[in-house]
Write a protein that binds this ligand. Sequence first.
Ligand code: PGA
Length: 248
Amino acid sequence: MRKPFMAANWKMNKTSRETEEFINTFIPLVRDISDVDILIAPTFISLETASRLLKSSNVLLGAQNVYHEESGAYTGEISPDMLIAAGCSHVIIGHSERREYFSETDEVVNRKIKLARSKGLEVILCIGESLEERESNRTFDVLSGQLSGSLADLSLDGITIAYEPIWAIGTGKTATDEQANETHAFIREWLGKHRENADRVRIQYGGSVKPENIEGLMSQPEIDGALVGGASLKPDSFAKIAAGASGK
Ligand code: PGA
């Protein structure tokens, strides 16, 4: 059995003050949900505030990115040790926005995961195809390439995969439940062929997830949770999404 895992990716939204307001409202809303892992990933600058407020709650803390060197002359970057010291247990790596706007390649993603894992951070690895790739029937090739590049020389310990079709992110277009499940099944099959313990890996769906579509998605056997952007910015909305995974 894989415990459902719902993660909020806030992207470049919310000051520390707004983070505090969110968390104070959110914690009571999800206090009784014990059969779902719930995580919030605020911006770097709000991590310490969030960590203090989430202490002794059932909500986990993650960062949205990390650098692939331990320390040194890398202006503007943040290391795994810094994230751990700020209270993070998880980090999102390889989000499509990082790949697109910050030129992150699978090789860079792989280096980031290696260092983060060696320090004990759990990783949410994002993969996904563009609309053009889907329409030209290249989805499975693209995903295989991202998986083999990003996971090179790594086991699946401490890794969650977030499948996020780029055409569904922030667009209001969700993959249908069946489309998402089919792709998740492909990802698990790939993992099973190339790594041990693939059946234990949680695969989240991401892309315009909201309270209205979470139950349909979670009813699919291969969907183990969600990585949620826009709909995670309001406490009641993200609490409904977390509750929608309860009982799976
Ligand atoms: P969205 O973003 O829910 O706003 O589509 C998801 C993501 O990019 O993680």
